[in-house]
Design a protein around this ligand. Structure first.
Ligand SMILES: *Cc1c(COP(=O)(O)O)cnc(C)c1O
Length: 393
């Protein structure tokens, strides 16, 4: 079948929750993707900041194939070796104590909300605790995660959502402070806002939140689902700020395409949870955690962090050149290989133009071109991307 025929079939059977771009992807290799008609694309989207290691990596594929032949699923009624090893690696990489594996980012957020509420409940026995989240945030689509997502358009038709959520202005510590009271059990924010338009948290904001949470014994939750796993040049973006949150949510690049997420907590907050408080049938199954294990191994083997820091400097230079050259590109924001260009002409049109010219790039918010490439990209890939981007602009 041709792309066109596949897309017609798709629109008959898939629930219409996306206006998809007009291509049907078939296979990938490194930073290249190919559609079913054989057209090649340079990928600066990585399946929304997921496929950090690039496509069709032999070591990654072999590790998964070996696990498939051994054991795919156990449930959490029993121990399994890949999950134990993956939890050790994730705890070590984050510097946290305890890991709960989930199947997605949104579920990692659900867990982070539950652990914070349970911690507060054990202190005072109350069941009316509040959470402070940020405007323009994105934490996922399940009802709990949607409740802390600062986007009225996403929330409105699905109300009532979970109660006790207040929204502060991101990077405005006074706005957060004005919402804190004795019921506040958690403050949640993305260390670098992704969907909202690539806004890194400021140093002052993060440090002041840490101070506030220490003073009032509030659980500080950082959503590292998009900005974590090396994307900003540190393994986790919170490391840029010289502080540690209490709980973080991880997903996206954690399994490099195999659906897996996690919430990770320090011992103090983790000790609130006891058997029966939370669970999942699939979460942390041997196949998903085999992916996590090989991802951490390959990050080390390929010196991914070094590459991100090296290439992202060059990417920033080249993007700044685009800002200087094009009237409809106003500014650049971002950290590492999580970059945004603020544009003044419709961002969707630019994305479509890039796709037809063989570059996959995505948007964030209403006016930001988002670049979240695989973390293995080279300077040559950046040059190729810039050529196509300039042509498309
Ligand atoms: C993608 C994303 C989520 C949701 O993850 P899913 O796996 O799509 O459920 C949550 N928070 C942030 C910051 C994200 O980028």
């Amino acid at each position: 079948m041709t792309s066109h025929e596949y897309m017609e079939e798709a629109e008959k059977v898939l629930l219409h929750t996306y206006n998809r771009f007009q291509l049907v992807l078939d296979k990938g290799d490194g930073v290249k993707l190919y559609d079913v008609d054989g057209k090649e694309y340079l990928d600066f989207a990585a399946g929304i900041a997921v496929f950090a290691l690039g496509y069709n990596n032999k070591k990654f594929n072999d590790a998964l194939k070996a696990q498939i032949d051994k054991l795919i699923h156990t449930s959490n009624l029993y121990y399994n070796v890949p999950a134990i090893n993956a939890a050790k690696k994730l705890a070590k990489a984050t510097g946290f104590d305890r890991v709960f594996f989930t199947n997605s980012g949104t579920e990692a957020i659900e867990g982070a909300i539950k652990i914070a509420r349970k911690y507060a409940y054990l202190k005072d026995g109350n069941t009316d605790h509040e959470i402070i989240a940020m405007e323009h945030s994105f934490h996922g689509r399940s009802l709990g995660a949607l409740s802390v997502t600062g986007n009225a358009h996403y929330q409105e038709p699905f109300k009532p959502l979970i109660g006790g959520i207040k929204f502060a202005k991101f990077n405005d510590i006074d706005s957060v402070k004005s919402l804190v009271n004795e019921k506040t059990c958690a403050i949640i924010f993305e260390t670098v806002q992704g969907e909202g338009g690539i806004y890194p948290a400021t140093e002052e904001f993060v440090k002041e939140i840490r101070k506030l949470c220490d003073e009032k014994d509030i659980v500080m939750i950082c959503d590292e689902i998009q900005c974590g796993m090396g994307r900003t040049g540190k393994m986790f973006a919170f490391e840029h700020y010289g502080i540690k949150p209490d709980v973080i949510a991880v997903a996206k690049a954690l399994g490099c395409g195999v659906p897996v997420g996690a919430f990770v907590s320090n011992e103090k907050i983790a000790s609130a949870m006891v058997p029966g408080d939370h669970g999942t049938t699939y979460g942390g199954n041997p196949l998903a955690t085999a992916a996590v294990n090989v991802v951490f191994d390959l990050f080390e083997e390929y010196n991914i962090l070094e590459n991100v820091n090296e290439v992202s400097k060059y990417l920033e230079e080249r993007l700044d050149e685009v800002v200087a050259e094009f009237d409809n590109v106003e500014a650049r924001r971002g950290k590492g290989l999580m970059q945004g260009l603020i544009v003044t002409t419709p961002v969707g049109d630019i994305v479509k133009k890039c796709i037809s010219n063989g570059l996959l790039i995505i948007s964030a918010g209403s006016d930001v071109l988002r670049l979240v490439p695989p973390l293995i990209i080279t300077r040559e890939d950046v040059d190729k991307m810039i050529d196509i981007l300039k042509k498309s602009l």
